[in-house]
Design a protein around this ligand. Structure first.
Ligand code: FES
Length: 506
């Protein structure tokens, strides 16, 4: 199974590509087109298909290619945005409804697993949040009180199941975990069994409203009554690109010398925080640890993030070997709650779900419930909380109108490899943006010593991409588009590849 980066995640190990039953583009009008084959797309598609809608799910690569293949799959009721902040910003009632939404989401995950007999190592586990200094302890006490006030079962405990020194800790009952790709494949099978059409390797290039929704894909046109972007941020230029910021998070899966693995999800209270859990796969246990998050393309040497994470984990655990390391992308909203609902600036029949922060497993299922309720019954339980239009930003509509396509700058031009090679001085596997004869050129030298050159201008709205040396991708700092080493789109909102630059050897 492939993912949007070079590093292999624990979830890709021994997992083949999912083979869809659907190979041909459908004729006629679908009820709902779901764009994106991650956990949001498939959980929503299954809900709608089961309720009798004719759904088509399209994925640019293979299902699980995006963040679902790189998550650490914590299913938690205590969220990245603590209930102290939710009560402050949305009132006691608002915070209570967020807690209720997370409960509904976890119930849906359980129900999907039971009803469709998905074998995905789902497990209810204990959760622990621990403080390591006085100020964290004070905040922890407030989080405990706020979490209890919305019905979460939590209490102070004298010990945590991880060998990390702490000052204060709380236990939260009924957290959960699973193997995200096994779960995703189970959803896909159930969706297809219910009659849903699942098209992989089909890139959506344009979505237009002409009475119905007309979708141009890499394999031809399709038509639907509703469209759902389950791709994090949508294609094109939208206000949502300015309300959701892309972040990268790092994870490692390690073997421990002691072979003793804790059966819980555990979090510290730093910002960014570290998170730990155990996963058993094919008779082997792994400690999965994550953290060292940063804004996409804001870290000059992403490999340092892996090194820092590994030394942090080695400080506390008896690490024998690091078996897997990988990173993935998520989006933060402005106010800490996701954007789920009608996509601003689009026809009423176009929806989106994004801005989950580090709580993608839970919020993806909140989206499945909320979007299917909207499409099936024109009702919304949580519109006021999750409406993507809830945050107004001044001056954006003019900006959006003014954004034209990136103009081809390198048409008919070529460059000598030896000139760029001398300028860039790259080691195999490395890359940089170089200036040459007034041009910026994104240059990568692969492991075989071959050079690949592309324009560093992001095809979304013209920011300059930066090299991610951990995943060997060109990442855009503005709205999170990512491209392969040779400029192919890995993740939106860009829909066009980086402009190729011709190189000559002699
Ligand atoms: Fe928007 Fe690159 S993702 S400019």
């Amino acid at each position: 199974m492939k993912r949007d980066g070079t590093c292999m995640s624990l979830w890709q190990n021994n997992i083949e590509d999912y083979i869809s039953k659907t190979q041909e583009l459908p004729s006629g009008i679908a009820d709902v087109m779901i764009i994106g084959g991650g956990i949001t797309g498939l959980s929503t598609a299954l809900q709608l298909q089961k309720a009798g809608k004719k759904c088509v799910l399209v994925e640019a690569y293979n299902i699980g290619f995006g963040t679902t293949g790189g998550t650490t799959a914590h299913i938690n009721t205590v969220l990245d945005t603590p209930y102290t902040d939710l009560i402050r910003d949305f009132g006691q009632e608002g915070a209570q409804r967020v807690a209720d939404a997370t409960k509904d989401a976890i119930a849906l995950i359980k129900n999907n697993i039971e009803e469709h007999q998905i074998n995905c190592d789902f497990k209810i586990v204990k959760g622990f949040l621990f403080a390591q200094n006085e100020s964290q302890s004070k905040v922890l006490g407030e989080i405990l009180e706020a979490s209890r006030s919305v019905g979460i079962d939590a209490n102070h405990v004298p010990a945590i199941p991880a060998p990390i020194p702490f000052e204060k800790a709380i236990h939260i009952s009924h957290q959960a975990q699973f193997h995200p790709i096994k779960y995703l494949y189970g959803l896909a099978e159930a969706f297809e069994k219910e009659g849903g059409l699942l098209l992989q390797h089909t890139r959506v290039e344009r979505v237009e409203e002409k009475g119905t929704i007309h979708v141009k894909t890499s394999r031809g046109p399709m038509e639907a009554r509703y469209a759902i972007y389950a791709t994090h941020v949508p294609l094109g230029v939208n206000v949502l690109h300015f309300r959701a910021a892309p972040y990268r998070s790092y994870a490692i899966a390690v073997k421990l010398k002691s072979n003793v693995y804790h059966d819980a999800v555990v979090y510290d209270m730093y910002d960014p925080y570290h998170y730990y859990r155990t996963q058993d796969i094919d008779g082997e246990s792994y400690l999965v640890a994550g953290g060292n998050d940063h804004k996409t393309a804001h870290e000059a040497n992403a490999q340092f993030c892996f090194q820092n994470l590994e030394s942090h984990v080695r400080k506390y655990f008896d690490v024998d070997s690091v078996k897997f390391k990988w990173s993935s992308q998520y989006f933060e909203s402005i106010d800490g709650l996701p954007y789920i609902g009608h996509l601003p600036g689009n026809p009423k029949s176009v929806y989106v779900a994004t801005g989950y922060g580090g709580n993608g497993m839970v919020f993806s299922h909140v989206a499945a419930l909320e979007l299917s309720e909207k499409i099936l019954n024109n009702r919304s339980k949580y519109k006021d909380l999750f409406d993507p239009s809830r945050i107004k930003l001044a001056g954006l509509s003019n900006f959006i109108k003014e954004q034209a396509d990136v103009v081809a700058k390198f048409l008919g031009k070529w460059f000598y490899v030896k000139d760029l090679e001398a300028l860039a001085d790259l080691a195999p596997g490395d890359a940089k943006v170089v200036k040459y004869e007034g041009h910026s050129i994104a240059l990568h030298k692969d492991d075989m010593g071959n050079f690949h050159a592309v324009s560093p201008t992001c095809t979304h709205v013209h920011c300059s991409v930066a090299w991610n040396n951990a995943e060997r991708s060109w990442d855009c700092p503005c709205h999170g588009a990512r491209y392969s080493f040779d400029g192919k789109v890995l993740t939106g909102p860009a829909s066009k590849d980086l402009e190729p630059i011709k190189l000559k050897h002699e």
